[in-house]
Design a protein around this ligand. Sequence first.
Ligand code: CP
Ligand code: NVA
Length: 299
Amino acid sequence: MKKIKHFLDLDQINNKELRSIIDLSKSYKQGITSGQDTHKGKTLGLIFEKPSTRTRVSFEIAMYQLGGNVSILEHEKTHLGRGETISDTAKVLSRYLDVIVYRTTTAKKLYELAKYSSIPVINGLNDNTHPCQLVADIMTFEENIGIINNKVVSWCGDFNNVCRSWVQASSILNFDLHIASPKQLINKDEMNKINKIKSIKIFDSAENACKNSDCVMTDTWFSMGQITSEKKRNLLKPFQINNKILSIAKKKSIFMHCLPAHRGEEVEKNILEHPKSVVWDEAENRLHTQKAILNWCLK
Ligand code: CP
Ligand code: NVA
């Protein structure tokens, strides 16, 4: 039987496959590959249990530009939202659709949907990881700095789903990842695992993590579904990205943020407009990379 190509987490794909997805994304952007009609007659289903602007719209437009159709399943208006099991939903949707993007809470729910689907399932973000974002981030890095292998990427702020996907990417693509985050916010088991990865270093200050870095990154201090707290906000304040931090990184470095941003929290007010910021290209690249991810799953 043909193996179903789910795109669930970066630690499930190898360097060659990830590299081919990134390279195809670049070809779509440069117009070398048009992709027109590649997936004519195929339908993508989108299930979002959390809000989304970029992931939802970029997947929708990507599928249309590849000649396919899209079915948006408003979670609360489907039976999945009122108790039909994930396994039954997966079996039924597999009879109508060709590929599903699922944004949910726990990784367990994502993996359950994939387990019972006879069509590819793509992780559109969960509490644990956000691999589609990473493909766009690496593409954006490489457009500006060059091949990511042996370069230095610095993450400052909350240790969250996007950061975990960066952890996975660093082992596959062989670059150094500096993480500056309050130690109290990283669970012990995860800290032990990270400490064993040679390419990753944990720092207790953003300044030290960003010295000689090729890329400075951050994300919201409170991910979707998390309760905001003053305690966590105060712990994270020293890790805010500001002009000083960006000046510590290499002269020819970039600043990225997956967005949405919270100006005045994880970023100083005008950081998205800083000359080193490439956040709008990063957002655009979601469109090109979604096409390559869809293509990888449907090929
Ligand atoms: N970066 C990202 O995934 O954005 P959305 O939540 O808007 O999809
Ligand atoms: N860490 C953020 C990413 C949003 C795209 C969240 O999960 O809300």
